[in-house]
Structures are given as structure tokens and as C-alpha cells.
Design a protein around this ligand. Structure first.
Ligand SMILES: [Zn+2]
Length: 435
């Protein structure tokens, strides 16, 4: 979903770092789903091959890529490295590391194939006339996490040597692919994967202990979502907590005006996604933790993000106030599952500061203008509905509008059907609601 997700809040948070018993005021947030497409240079000719020659070149490289995918699935390092330029020890070492990382993810399916070729004149100059720079699609499915294959892209450069294609560059055209979000957790240092229930956490190998902590907290967060969200969710999710800010995201601030620091975001993966442009229905999500905050993460924040993970696959047409209000509702309920914690300060802020001036249910512009106010109003709207119609009916409303809320009129009719109120009537009732 493309919206600034959560920020805030002046609430009691469950600190991950072990400050149990203390009331921690957090200020954190999340942001638009990961990879936004960047302005791309159009692919252009870097050579003067005939169409037939280009086709045959692509076919040969596709065969090579197919062998590499098979090598990953079978654990065949030798096969994976077969096409890597042996004259480049650094490249070989990087590819070896990549292979080791890929193996740890446990792909149930994996395919690499060429997409469009790219003009990369500097590489052609460096490697000669046979240089072939291409965007490669990686289509994969992590066992136990992805219900369907998802895909990402990478940039490879090959040259023709002794009648064979040789991989000579594994990242030289990355910068032209997409500005943010297309680098994956396996693209950097050695990773460790910590599995707990259906949660998989990926961290740097040297931060294995952090992975264990985040896995435990993530599993608690999954349990909290399952407690408060009545539609089924199996809790399968990949949580990325790598030190590198380039992994799946580069933007860690959000909001116009003063903005805020984003602590984590739920990045939605779409079927057939390329270059960060959704081209199909949502398949699933990753939760990506802000590298700067990865060691100091609050469980309630994960609850908010995991609510998005649980609900995004239902459909894309959910109004922002409902998506964010529900995530805040589940987060706050989970905080108060522990009798020692309360969100009373948040309640007070909403009632005294955010409700008096409320004119409509918060939309995108309202979130951009003042995130804290918009999240608070959205949360309170869902609290009101939970009080009046119950969370099961909210879930029915969500499922209905997510699929059928195609127009403003359709949305209003669905809202009326499930809550008995128009948007204006709901706004007025929310303003009066004291909790
Ligand atoms: Zn959110």
C-alpha cells in the first residue's frame, strides 16, 4: 500500500531492548511501501546485432541463468560459479557469498531470466564489442513464506569468451534499475536466518543474537495480530533487519513538512512486479526494519506492521483511515493485553488535540499534512466502530470495501451497509465518542 503508514505515538510501548517496566514514549513511523519506480533511462542499443543475433544471445544467456538457478536449488556451488569470470577474484568471492546466502533462504522455486538489455557504454568500452548488459529477473518463492512466486530484478553484464558467455559484472548497472528498494538482503554480507514458527528473520550473520531477539518479538507480534484480527492469518512473514540501508528501501523518513523517522515498514510484493511498479495483485509482504533502529525496536510497532501484512492481500481498495486505523487498533489492543501497560496518554492526546478539529475521515492529504493527527483520528474511528458494531463487522467491512470499493459512491454504500453511517455521519459520531 502506498501511504505513509504509522508514526507516533505517545504511548506506552513494549521496549524490545529490555526496559521492561518503564514507560517508553516512542516516536517512530513507517512509510510508503518500498520500491518506488525511479525515472529510468530507456533501454537503448549498445551494439549493432541483428534481431536474430540478439535473440540467440538472449537465449544462450537464459540457458546459463537457468543453470545458475538449478545450482542454487541443488546446492551446487561449482555449477553456480561456472559462468563467473575466473580472472576476477573479487567477483568470484562475491558470487560465492551470494550463493551461500541464497541457499539459506530455502527457495521452493527459483528462476532467473533476461528482461530488457541496457545500453552501458562504459562497460562496453571496458569489456569489448561482445559486452551484453541486461536486466535479469529473479522470480522466487521462499518456502513457508511466499504463497506464490514474487520477483525482483538485478543487473548483470556478460561477455563472449572462447565461445561461452562469462559473467563479468554483477552490479554495474544496478543504479539504472530502480532508485530504491531493489537490493535484496542476500546482496550484501553473509546473512543468518532465524526461523521461529512461521516467522523468518534475516539479519547479518555477525548479528545472529539480534535475529533471535527479533524473531521472538516478531512471533509475539504475530500472536497479537491473530488475537485481535478475526479473519484468518497464518502469520508467515519475512522480517528483514539488515545493517545496510539499501536493502529493500532507502527512504527512512516520511511526511511532508517536518517529517519523521520511520522505524519499520511493511513492503508489499506484487505478482509480476518489475521496477517497483505493481503489475498484479499483492502476493505478500516483507517487514523491513530501519537499520539505524534495528537494535531498539518496539514490539507494538511490529504489531502495527504485521496487521498490514495480514490484511494487504485481501484487496487494495481500503480507505487509508481504515487500513491505518485498524493497524493502530490492533497495536493498541496488544499493548493493553498486558495489564501493566496502557495507551491512555495516546487516548488523551486524541481526545483533546485531534478530535475537536476533525472534519472528515483522514485521507491521503490529511496523512501527508499531519501524520500524528491522521493516525490518531483513524485509530479512534476504528475504536468507535469496535465499540458500536464489533471487530468482526469491521473485518467484514474491510473485506467488502477492499474488493468492491471502486468508486466514492461504492465506498459510501459499503460503509453505510456495514456501519449504518455515511462518512459524514461516522465522522460526527467519532468526534463525540469518548471511549
Ligand atoms: Zn500503517
Amino acid at each position: 500500500m502506498k501511504h505513509p503508514r504509522r508514526l507516533l505515538a505517545a504511548v506506552a510501548a513494549l521496549a524490545l531492548a529490555g526496559t521492561a517496566g518503564a514507560v517508553v514514549v516512542t516516536r517512530s513511523g513507517d512509510a510508503p511501501a518500498g520500491s518506488t519506480a525511479s525515472a529510468l533511462q530507456a533501454p537503448g542499443p549498445s551494439h549493432e546485432l541483428s534481431d536474430a543475433e540478439k535473440k540467440s544471445r538472449q537465449h544462450e544467456v537464459d540457458l546459463l541463468l537457468g543453470k545458475r538457478a538449478t545450482a542454487v536449488l541443488k546446492g551446487d556451488l561449482h555449477g553456480f560459479l561456472a559462468a563467473v569470470d575466473p580472472k576476477q577474484p573479487k567477483l568470484v568471492a562475491r558470487q560465492k557469498l551470494l550463493f551461500g546466502n541464497l541457499r539459506k533462504f530455502g527457495f521452493s522455486t527459483l528462476k532467473y531470466f533476461t528482461a530488457d538489455d541496457w545500453a552501458a557504454p562504459k562497460l562496453a568500452e571496458k569489456y569489448g564489442p561482445s559486452t551484453y548488459s541486461t536486466r535479469v529477473m529473479m522470480r522466487y518463492q521462499i518456502a513457508g513464506v511466499d504463497p506464490k512466486p514474487v520477483q525482483t530484478d538485478l543487473g548483470y553484464t556478460f561477455v563472449r569468451r572462447d565461445n561461452l558467455w562469462v559473467l563479468v559484472e554483477d552490479g554495474a548497472i544496478d543504479e539504472t534499475l530502480s532508485r530504491d528498494g531493489h537490493r535484496q538482503p542476500w546482496d550484501f554480507q553473509e546473512v543468518a536466518l532465524v526461523r521461529r514458527g512461521k516467522v523468518v528473520v534475516v539479519v547479518a550473520q555477525r548479528e545472529l543474537a539480534l535475529g533471535t531477539t527479533i524473531a521472538r518479538v516478531s512471533q509475539d507480534a504475530v500472536a497479537a495480530v491473530r488475537r485481535h484480527w478475526p479473519r484468518g492469518w497464518d502469520g508467515a512473514v519475512l522480517v528483514v533487519a539488515m545493517p545496510e540501508p539499501q536493502v529493500m528501501a532507502t527512504l527512512w523518513t516520511s511526511g511532508s513538512g517536518r517529517g519523521w523517522t520511520i522505524a519499520a515498514k511493511a513492503v508489499t510484493l506484487y505478482e509480476g512486479e518489475q521496477l517497483g511498479k505493481p503489475s498484479g495483485p499483492a502476493v505478500g509482504s516483507r517487514i523491513v526494519i530501519n537499520p539505524a533502529l534495528r537494535k531498539d525496536l518496539d514490539e507494538d510497532l511490529l504489531v502495527h506492521e504485521m496487521t498490514h501484512v495480514a490484511t494487504v492481500p485481501i484487496g487494495p481498495l481500503v480507505p487509508l483511515w481504515l487500513a491505518e486505523g485498524l493497524a493502530e487498533y490492533v497495536r493498541c489492543r496488544s499493548v493493553e493485553d498486558d495489564p501493566e501497560w496502557t495507551v491512555d496518554p495516546y487516548r488523551k492526546t486524541v481526545k483533546t488535540k485531534y478530535l475537536p478539529g476533525m472534519k472528515t475521515l483522514p485521507d491521503r492529504a490529511a496523512f501527508d499534512a499531519n501524520g500524528e493527527r491522521a493516525y490518531g483520528q483513524s485509530w479512534w474511528t476504528v475504536e468507535y466502530l469496535a465499540d458500536r458494531v464489533g471487530i468482526k463487522k469491521i473485518a467484514a467491512l474491510y473485506a467488502d470495501v477492499a474488493v468492491h470499493g471502486t468508486t466514492e459512491a461504492a465506498y459510501s454504500a459499503i460503509l453505510k451497509r456495514h456501519t449504518g453511517k455515511t462518512p459524514a455521519e461516522l465522522t460526527a459520531a467519532v468526534k463525540r465518542f469518548r471511549g
